[in-house]
Design a protein around this ligand. Structure first.
Ligand SMILES: NC(=O)c1ccc[n+]([C@@H]2O[C@H](COP(=O)([O-])OP(=O)(O)OC[C@H]3O[C@@H](n4cnc5c(N)ncnc54)[C@H](OP(=O)(O)O)[C@@H]3O)[C@@H](O)[C@H]2O)c1
Length: 207
């Protein structure tokens, strides 16, 4: 698969290394392309991609995609892993999500939200030392979510760890875990944790 990662920071680098190791063709887009650093101009990086990963601040996602161009994004999968927080760690969209806004602004792209509820070290290594792990997936296109599930498998996520929440509207719930993520980090003093859904295996109905 051709994967363009916009942003070669902590998340972009970690995901890119793992996808390259799984034999995907990975290119990185940067605002300041640098051949020595392995980054291209953002629009060039995205042009041949099947999947675009937005590993940049949530507030920068729409302006960055607008600069790349609506036509370039048509039919492509946009895997949005971003969080949109203010400088003092408040939600930028307390009644909405970046992913829903991206889908509304670029209706020909297929937006999937995932991997945004954990530290980058857990994104690419969910099995080591975590007793349980859940990765949430939100998006309107079932095909696009199927492709993202394959990429999640390449990162080490087992099928039973992947929870499809439904359409892109459900991304609001996972984006709004960000404040809980920060207070959990403060309490535990480690980023090596994961929010997990623990399901009753007896399936009793509860009124
Ligand atoms: N770190 C985590 O564990 C984690 C976990 C879950 C979600 N996230 C989310 O994932 C995204 C990336 O996080 P990160 O930790 O990888 O951040 P990072 O290390 O700071 O890297 C972000 C990259 O975004 C680009 N960037 C910064 N400001 C930008 C702007 N205004 N417009 C366009 N591009 C900009 C930069 O690339 P260039 O300068 O090369 O353009 C930078 O390398 C964020 O939305 C973050 O909230 C992070």
């Amino acid at each position: 698969m051709n994967i363009a990662i916009i942003g070669k920071g902590k998340v972009g680098s970690a995901l890119g290394a793992k996808f390259a190791a799984a034999c995907h063709a990975v290119v990185y887009g940067s605002r300041t392309p640098d051949a020595l650093a392995g980054t291209s101009n953002q629009a060039d990086a995205v042009r041949a991609a099947d999947v675009i990963i937005t590993a940049i601040p949530g507030t920068a996602v729409i302006p960055t995609l607008e600069a790349i161009g609506e036509d370039v994004l048509a039919d492509k999968i946009v895997l949005d892993v971003s969080a949109a927080m203010t400088a003092d760690w408040a939600l930028v969209h307390p009644n909405d999500s970046v992913a829903r806004q991206v889908q509304a602004r670029f209706p020909r792209a297929r937006v999937v939200k995932s991997l945004n509820t954990m530290n980058y070290s857990v994104m690419v290594d969910p099995l080591t030392s975590l007793s349980q792990a859940t990765v949430f997936v939100s998006g309107d296109s079932q095909d696009a979510k199927g492709t993202v599930n394959e990429l999640l498998a390449d990162l080490g996520w087992l099928p039973e760890m992947i929870l499809d929440l439904g359409g892109v509207d459900t991304a609001k719930g996972t984006e709004h875990l960000a404040p809980l993520f920060l207070s959990t980090f403060t309490a535990l003093q480690t980023m090596r944790f994961n929010f997990t859904v623990s399901r009753d295996s007896n399936e009793r109905s509860v009124a």
